[in-house]
Ligand binder design. Structure first.
Ligand SMILES: NC(=O)c1ccc[n+]([C@@H]2O[C@H](COP(=O)([O-])OP(=O)(O)OC[C@H]3O[C@@H](n4cnc5c(N)ncnc54)[C@H](O)[C@@H]3O)[C@@H](O)[C@H]2O)c1
Length: 325
């Protein structure tokens, strides 16, 4: 069997965020149109964390892949990322596994792209100030993606570990020279007056106060992924236009929706999928004053779309390593 092996260096060198955003955009539309086969991901819990098995098939892209992704909270103390992953792409002509892709960076790219897609569809076009709460493994690609779709000139970073926020600011200042990066002293300081807010933490409780949110803001809630976890104050969810990646996934897993739904602050009929907004089947932002909230728990269609993009580019451009096993 011939396998194409794609490393994180390959991804870093050859894959551009704008292309990833377009691939994820198409994937969300296929998901909402019923043009994707995505069984609910299978979580296997161990004493130290959870490993998720996420398969998917995109009918219009004719692309199949499975990702094995783990969330192990103690990893940073061992010098490892909290989220680690591997993706296997399957040839849809023969059914043979055809590619093995480093999935930790692929996950960060496709998760960044989720915020990129939602920000492009929902944030005010003139958005120029971004706040990001959480400066961990997912943060760099969140910033790259939002900066790829809006004219961002200032990014404020807050993390409960200040050193991580400082490190992210130094790293991103080198990468995006026209953007001013600052470390905020509190989450509310970061969020106040921002146009686009990203929350990408492992917090179980809301990460800023409802008072810091002003009309017209767009929020991407990326971190909380269980029914008990929350990043966004429920008063905000009650007032905002609520857009999700997948109805099945988000309503089963996202505490940011499940808790306000349970408390009668949110009605399910108000929740739409990003794919519906992208295809014009549901309205997006309706005024400059509306608060828009995109909640993502992550969906295999993002991984399948990005894996397919990566494999096709590698074959066309001759990068990656071919191995016979
Ligand atoms: N939606 C998706 O598709 C998707 C994909 C990947 C990861 N995630 C989730 O995103 C979250 C972040 O992932 P990561 O890889 O960056 O993790 P990470 O552990 O590398 O970083 C999380 C950061 O959040 C900070 N933090 C925790 N509580 C905070 C608070 N109250 N205020 C400010 N900062 C706080 C931590 O100090 C840490 O630096 C995780 O919960 C992960 O499961 C979601």
């Amino acid at each position: 069997m011939e396998l194409l092996i794609i490393s994180s260096d390959d991804l870093r060198k050859h894959v551009d965020m704008k292309t990833v955003i377009s691939a994820v955009e198409r994937a969300y539309v296929q998901l909402s149109k019923g043009r994707a086969d995505v069984p609910l991901r299978i979580p296997l819990n161990t004493p130290k964390g959870v490993t998720l098995f996420m398969p998917g098939y995109l009918k219009d892209d004719d692309a199949m892949a499975i990702k094995i992704v783990s969330v192990y909270g103690e990893n940073p103390s061992k010098g490892l990322p909290t989220v680690t992953a591997l993706v296997v792409g399957v040839d849809t002509e023969t059914g043979e596994p055809k590619a093995v892709i480093e999935g930790t960076l692929l996950t960060a790219l496709r998760t960044g792209a989720a915020s990129g897609v939602a920000t492009k569809a929902l944030a005010r076009p003139d958005s120029s100030v971004m706040a990001i709460i959480g400066a961990g493994g997912q943060a760099p690609t969140q910033i790259e993606a939002v900066c790829a779709v809006r004219p961002i000139r200032e990014v404020r970073v807050f993390d409960i570990k200040r050193g991580l926020a400082e490190k992210l600011v130094a790293q991103m200042s080198d990468r995006l020279e026209n953007v001013r990066f600052t470390v905020a002293n509190s989450s509310d300081e970061a969020v106040s007056g921002a146009d686009v807010v990203v929350t990408v933490t492992t917090s179980r409780k809301p990460v800023f106060s409802a008072d810091s949110i002003a009309p017209g803001m767009h929020i991407n809630g990326i971190g909380a992924y269980t029914p008990e976890m929350q990043e966004i104050p429920q008063e905000i969810v009650a007032r905002a236009k609520v857009v999700i990646d997948s109805r099945t996934g988000a309503l089963a897993e996202a505490g940011d929706l499940i808790i306000p739904l349970r408390n009668g602050l949110l009605d399910e009929s108000r929740i739409v999928e990003i794919g519906e907004v992208l295809s014009g089947d549901a309205p997006g932002r309706t005024s400059d004053k509306e608060i828009t909230f995109f909640k993502s728990v992550g969906n295999a269609v993002q991984d399948v779309a990005v894996a397919n993009l990566v494999v096709e580019s590698a074959i066309r451009e001759g990068w990656g390593r071919r191995v016979s096993i």
